[in-house]
Design a protein around this ligand. Structure first.
Ligand code: PSU
Ligand code: MN
Length: 324
């Protein structure tokens, strides 16, 4: 039923009908819903990394392993994706299998959500779409690998991930290994400052470099325990803001990082290949990640996975500390 029909004017857009809400509101899994109601910890997990960031069939194993990792820390996982025009916060095994195995699965940023729902499409959600849906469903902590950001050739193509602007207006705590090292890291840090997104180094004074433990760029704030992160979350809530995300930048352990010299050499080759083949838009990040994996014979994949595992484990501990 339309609300406030009598007050409707051309300037006054009516809210969604109950029917639209039933069709399009995000579906929270029973398990995640029960956990939120009981103030038990829940961790949102991103699905683009599964569908477009990791090779099949390893990606399904990883998706299940990450959920198991959250559970082993006593929290509830909620992988986010769109299936047949429904936005899900929390997938069952069949849902994870579709995200990992369906070659037609799209990559959805937050601007793609409404068209995907209206068309009844299925897609994996990027950091921007995952943070948007998870926050709307009442989740407070989210884990991924590396955020999107400002690309190295920004002055030529103005490629800046939609992740940044969305994180500027979504109050969720995001645990990541910094931003992907395929990006212009100093420029991305500048943008995060301009946009008012909080950045905490976890156990480090340097912003992590995704495949590398350090990007070499300093951070202004360092925390050392999940409780310290939870305290920052409480202070933000009590202050009433800012309405932006809080990034917990958690470095991949040095023993698991990609060899820095190999990283720099192979990345330069991958960036050349990207330019030569005219790859643009949403395809750039998956292309570069795939190129790095091939050109390092899988070493970048292992570093990426080590980073993601560490982030997921830490996110579960932060979620637990935040509900205490
Ligand atoms: N972290 C990873 N692998 C990934 C991503 C993150 O370890 O593939 C994804 C995230 O979904 C992020 C996206 O939002 O890459 C960025 O894409 P773009 O640069 O097109 O915004
Ligand atoms: Mn882009």
């Amino acid at each position: 039923m339309p609300q406030n029909t009598s007050e409707r004017t051309p300037e006054h857009t009516p809210g969604p009908t109950q029917d639209d809400t039933r069709r399009y509101a995000p579906v929270l899994s029973d398990e995640a819903g029960a956990a939120i109601a009981a103030r038990r910890p829940v961790v949102a997990l991103e699905s683009t990394i599964i569908a477009h960031g990791l090779p099949r069939p390893r990606n399904l194993q990883v998706a299940m392993e990450l959920e198991e990792l959250v559970r082993s820390e006593g929290a509830v996982p909620a992988t986010v994706a769109v299936l047949d025009g429904r936005a899900h916060v929390g997938l069952d095994k069949a849902g994870l299998e579709r995200v990992a195995g369906d070659p037609a699965i799209r990559k959805l940023g937050h601007r793609d959500l409404a068209p995907a729902l209206a068309a009844g499409t299925s897609g994996a959600t990027t950091v921007s779409a995952t943070a948007f849906l998870a926050a709307r469903a009442g989740l407070r902590v989210f884990a991924t690998g590396g955020l999107g950001g400002v690309h190295r050739e920004w002055t030529r193509n103005q490629d800046e991930s939609a992740d940044l602007r969305l994180l500027a207006r979504t109050g969720i705590t995001v645990v990541c290994a910094g931003v992907k090292s395929i990006l212009d890291v100093p420029a991305t840090l500048q943008r995060l400052e301009t946009l008012g997104v909080g950045v905490l180094g976890y156990g480090t004074g340097y912003f992590p470099g995704f495949y590398l433990s350090s990007s070499g760029e300093p951070v202004d704030w360092t925390v050392r325990t999940p409780e310290e992160v939870a305290e920052v979350m409480r202070a933000r809530e009590a202050l009433g803001g800012p309405e932006s995300a809080l990034i917990v930048a958690n470095p991949v352990p040095e023993k698991d990082q990609l060899d820095p010299a190999t990283h720099d050499r192979v990345l330069a080759e991958a960036l050349d290949a990207c330019r030569e083949r005219g790859i643009v838009g949403q395809a750039v990040t998956p292309f570069l990640l795939d190129q790095l994996m091939r050109r390092t014979e899988g070493a970048s994949l292992e570093a990426n996975l080590a980073a993601v595992r560490g982030n997921v484990r830490l996110a579960a501990r932060i979620a637990a500390a935040a509900v205490r």
